[in-house]
Design a protein around this ligand. Structure first.
Ligand code: NAD
Length: 266
């Protein structure tokens, strides 16, 4: 893990879902580098082990929690255990998610519901369980994961895009509802980021890559490549923005989203 780049997270108690791969893992490492106490939560044992290995010697500042965000009982138990271990909660990052791709007319109800269940309802469940601790927290901040698919057309991803649009709208509603109780809610809108989800490279069995149907019309993907850089960026490009949004540097930012796609969609 990289050296501590600043102390803005010292004593900041942080729960990060999806912490076993990709952007969630990069966020765990980033917040640790800035001095945070972190619980990395994920459904994947192998992913969490990979995160612990990459974190190196951080003592008791990192612990892991197995959680299935799509399962209400698992979320209740997982958030409660995490808050207890951290001694409270100041930061929640909801990075857990899945990407599945289908022709919509061939999508089963079960497939469509699964994507919404993990991404949208999973984000809701974790937030609901965490809110009491966040209200009691210090400069509490939540960062949710939208996607460029929420606002720019992404073919073959109707369920995924709908789940991310829902997360973005929910973020706005929550920002208003809890503003006076001291919780900021923002979202990131990543795109063109290499991760388990986009290239299937993660340790998690959930990260299978987009798995597009074999007969997709590639001409429908009109905006694929970033305008800056040399192709897809690494997950650190998002983790650094999440770190800003969940820190006191963003004390006057709530109810909005930041697109991080290297200009793919401007
Ligand atoms: N990579 C991109 O270009 C991109 C673009 C837009 C949005 N996002 C969003 O970023 C977030 C992180 O994804 P990533 O790209 O790092 O992919 P990733 O597959 O590398 O990481 C996702 C993590 O979520 C975990 N997860 C999946 N289902 C879970 C469940 N039910 N309970 C708990 N954990 C679960 C996986 O095990 C994995 O560790 C996701 O919400 C994704 O939708 C990514």
């Amino acid at each position: 893990m990289s050296e501590c780049v600043s102390g803005r997270y010292e004593g900041r108690r942080s729960l990060i879902t999806g912490g076993g791969s990709g952007i969630g893992q990069a966020t765990v490492l980033r917040l640790l580098a800035e001095g945070a106490d972190v619980v990395a939560a994920d459904i994947s044992v192998d992913g969490l082990a990979d995160t612990v290995e990459k974190a190196g010697d951080v003592g008791e500042r990192l612990s892991t929690q197995l959680v299935d965000v799509a399962d209400e009982d698992s979320v209740q138990a997982g958030v409660e255990a995490s808050v207890e271990r951290l001694g409270g909660l100041d930061v929640l990052v909801n990075a857990a998610g899945i990407l599945r791709s289908y022709h919509t007319h061939q999508t089963t109800l079960e497939q469509f519901e699964r994507v919404l269940r993990v991404n949208l309802i999973g984000t809701f469940l974790v937030i609901r369980e965490a809110i009491p601790a966040l209200i009691a927290g210090r400069d509490a901040a939540v960062v949710n994961f939208s996607s460029t698919s929420a606002v720019f057309a992404h073919p073959y991803m109707a369920a995924y895009a709908a789940s991310k649009g829902g997360i973005q709208s929910m973020t706005h509603a929550l920002a208003a509802e809890y503003a006076k109780q001291g919780i900021r809610f923002n979202a990131v809108q990543p795109g063109s980021i290499s991760s388990g989800m986009t290239d299937g490279s993660g340790k998690s069995g959930q990260s299978v890559g987009p798995g597009f149907p074999g007969d997709v019309d590639v001409s429908l993907f009109r905006k694929l490549l970033p305008a800056i850089g040399k192709g897809f960026a690494g997950p650190e490009a998002v983790a650094s923005v999440v770190a800003m949004l969940a820190s006191s540097d963003a004390a006057f930012i709530t109810g909005t989203e930041v697109r991080i796609d290297g200009g793919t969609h401007f």
